[in-house]
Design a protein around this ligand. Structure first.
Ligand code: KG4
Ligand code: ZN
Length: 357
């Protein structure tokens, strides 16, 4: 049994004073730290990890080591840029999971040690919830969605349709039964010899291509779920067969291949989003996660909003992919909800978004 003498202090909400919270994100291959003052971001430092590009995907061992090298300078820079001292912090939020265990251990251990040294509360945060809660950051130009709202949450590891009832209550309406949407982008990109992560490269090249040049079979999936593994296989078979007939097939058709593949993925996402809106009667629709940076998805959502009378909430690009700011706002909202962690909390590689703890 861990020594709970070091359970973190209960959070106290004194409305007359500004609340500074440090947010630490280390679930995958970005080391990030942010400082929030109430719901306003003062700093958001993100250090990527170039080392993975030589391997065409994230190598967990290398990610943990890079986090360990980067975490102190990243947190130090975030505090300095925010213009505050560690003693001014009212709490530390960190990603407890889901994610790569070794990566999570670096961020969570650092947060716990710093929390103990400063004797302030800890806020263990669910990474995918934080992607959604980034919508509650009070940056200029951002609007907070009213409850309940629907959120299409699309990242490298997750693809879910969520009904969000309040800042702590998430209900999964549908999710992928195999690969995530971001994985579909990344694996297709690898086949096309594009660097990792492939999503942004496909997005850029797709803008110059014809989305209807090639067509790929979409799977039939029950309910509001998704499936991308059949598309991945169909795309690979098509590209390999075409290459056998013409060795230059990829280079001669790169833009059209990217545009057609992207269009198929986005149509699959939009179809289920429309079904979810129809079934729930909810017209406030948000996007979250790395794939929400996709320019085609953002445009498709805006177009559908006009057709269906939706109010849409699209995060700024800086809050789409992994960042500490989303962890900091989730920490602030947890403090308001009175949801504090303890030193006994452990990193969680897997964690259902709808479970309470
Ligand atoms: O949320 P995120 O940064 O990390 C996870 O929690 O997984 O998402 C990363 C994913 C990668 O699969 C990446 O290729 C994808 O988001 N992504 C994009 C774009 N930017 C990032 N996919 C499509 N278009 C983009 N512009
Ligand atoms: Zn993420």
């Amino acid at each position: 049994m861990p020594n709970l003498r070091y359970a973190s202090q209960p959070a106290q909400l004194n409305s007359s004073k500004d609340i500074y919270i440090l947010g630490i994100e280390s679930s995958c291959d970005d080391t990030s730290a942010a400082v929030i003052k109430n719901d306003k971001i003062l700093s958001n430092i993100i250090a990527g990890q170039d080392v993975h590009k030589f391997y065409g995907g994230v190598v967990p061992e290398l990610a943990s080591r890079a986090h360990q090298r980067q975490i102190v300078p990243v947190v130090d820079t975030a505090l300095k840029k925010a213009g505050i001292t560690p003693e001014q912090l009212r709490g530390i939020a960190y990603t407890q999971g889901p994610g790569l265990l070794g990566s999570l251990l670096v961020g969570s251990s650092f947060a716990k040690a710093m929390g103990m040294a400063l004797n302030i509360p800890l806020f263990p945060i669910h990474h995918m919830r934080a992607h959604v809660l980034a919508h509650f950051i009070a940056d200029e130009g951002m609007r907070k969605p009213p409850f309940p709202f629907l959120c299409l949450t699309v990242s490298g590891g997750h693809t879910q349709l969520l009904q969000v009832s309040d800042t702590q209550t998430f209900h999964i309406l549908g999710e992928t039964t195999d690969d995530a949407a971001g994985e579909a982008f990344d694996k297709a990109a690898r086949l096309l010899n594009l660097p990792y992560p492939g999503g942004p490269h496909i997005d850029r090249l797709a803008a110059k291509g014809n989305p209807h040049k090639f067509s790929f079979t979409k799977p039939k999936v029950p309910g509001l779920n998704f499936s991308f593994s059949g598309l991945k296989t169909g795309f690979r078979n098509f590209v390999m067969n075409s290459q056998q007939k013409n060795p230059d097939f990829i280079s001669e058709n790169l833009n059209d291949l990217c545009a057609s593949l992207q269009n198929t993925i986005l149509e699959m996402l939009m179809e289920q989003l429309k079904n979810a809106a129809k079934q729930t009667g909810i017209g406030h629709i948000a996007l979250a996660g790395g794939v929400s940076a996709n320019s085609g998805l953002r445009a498709m959502l805006e177009k559908e909003a006009v057709a269906s009378g939706w109010e849409t909430y699209i995060p700024p690009l800086s809050y789409c992919t992994d960042n500490g700011a989303m962890i900091a706002i989730a920490g602030y909202l947890a403090l308001i909800a009175g949801d504090t962690g303890t030193q006994a909390d452990a990193a969680r590689a897997r964690w259902n978004i709808s479970s309470t703890k």
